[in-house]
Design a protein around this ligand. Structure first.
Ligand SMILES: C[S@@+](CC[C@H](N)C(=O)[O-])C[C@H]1O[C@@H](n2cnc3c(N)ncnc32)[C@H](O)[C@@H]1O
Length: 270
């Protein structure tokens, strides 16, 4: 297990400034102002304005801990955290309190799915309930998924079946740091969608990618604009990458004031 460092990440994933999300029929909101009655009234008003929302929770704090979970308090509607979220023609069963899921990454998942070709071998080191892996398996990639959260792996298996790609995905409940010792295969692509801590696992990813393959290294980076974020990521990679690797970077999305999610595509040069 790599040495734990404090989470890197924007205030939106650490503090209470998180924006609202709608995942399936569950709305997650910033804590509304006022006492319990006013909070309930605000949540009920939200349900009236969004007919697809059946449950409303407030999220206190950020997305935290090893499993990247939200701390939720029930405000209105049904008191359940299990739902089915649909995106890009796929359906994902998610427990929003026990597993990570962000609907804001759907464009990135679609973008990656458009890049991947049939027969490619893909390792997703931080798969969660499987949204990246299922999207790539739909493009006929052969996917190995890993997550440390057992419940996320159970839902991932269900999601693979529900989306009819279970024969193309193997799900491992493991610490990504242990993968080089567990897997003999080397992959065309290694995905690292764990932007607050992927730096701790980069050496494992580099050990698992084919000579002609690529690593997708997602990071939360501090920067006033894309140019500054790119500079910060390039400087981190200069420190972390051994000789013989090169990278190109791209902005994924804004994640908080002055914080940007970036991805670096890392290749071997020789
Ligand atoms: C930011 S989430 C991304 C999940 C998924 N890729 C998605 O987009 O929904 C990071 C995931 O990494 C998992 N994780 C954290 N530490 C891990 C580790 N050491 N090994 C494997 N998985 C880990 C968490 O449980 C979580 O599901």
């Amino acid at each position: 297990m790599p040495k734990k460092t404090s989470d890197s990440g924007p205030p939106s994933t650490r503090g209470p400034k998180t924006l609202s999300d709608v995942i399936g029929d569950i709305a997650i909101v910033k804590p509304p102002a006022g006492g319990p009655g006013e909070k309930r009234a605000a949540a009920e008003a939200l349900m009236l304005s969004m007919k697809n929302v059946k449950c409303v929770f407030e999220q206190s704090g950020g997305i935290e801990g090893e499993f990247r979970l939200r701390k939720l308090g029930h405000l209105a509607g049904e008191n359940r955290t299990l739902t089915v979220h649909r995106e890009n023609g796929c359906a994902f069963k998610v427990d929003v309190a026990k597993c990570y899921f962000s609907p804001r990454l759907s464009t990135e998942r679609q973008r990656l799915a458009e890049e991947v070709g049939p027969g490619e071998s893909v390792l997703n080191m931080f798969a969660g309930v499987g949204p990246f892996s299922v999207a790539l398996a739909k493009k006929e990639a052969a996917v190995t998924s890993c997550d440390a959260n057992l419940y996320a792996c159970v839902l991932h298996e269900e999601n693979s079946r529900a989306n009819r790609v279970s024969s193309s995905i193997e799900v491992l409940n493991a610490d990504a740091a242990c993968l080089p010792g567990m897997l003999r295969e080397r992959f065309d692509r290694v995905l690292m969608p764990h932007p607050s801590a992927s730096d701790r696992y980069l050496s494992a990813a580099l050990a698992l990618v084919k000579r002609s393959g690529r690593v997708h290294y997602y990071r939360h980076v501090l920067g006033r604009d894309e140019a500054e974020a790119e500079k910060a990521l390039k400087s981190e990679l200069k420190r972390l990458l051994p000789a013989g690797f090169t990278s190109s970077t791209r902005r994924v999305r804004e994640v908080g004031p002055r914080w940007v999610e970036m991805v670096a595509e890392i290749h071997r040069t020789g």
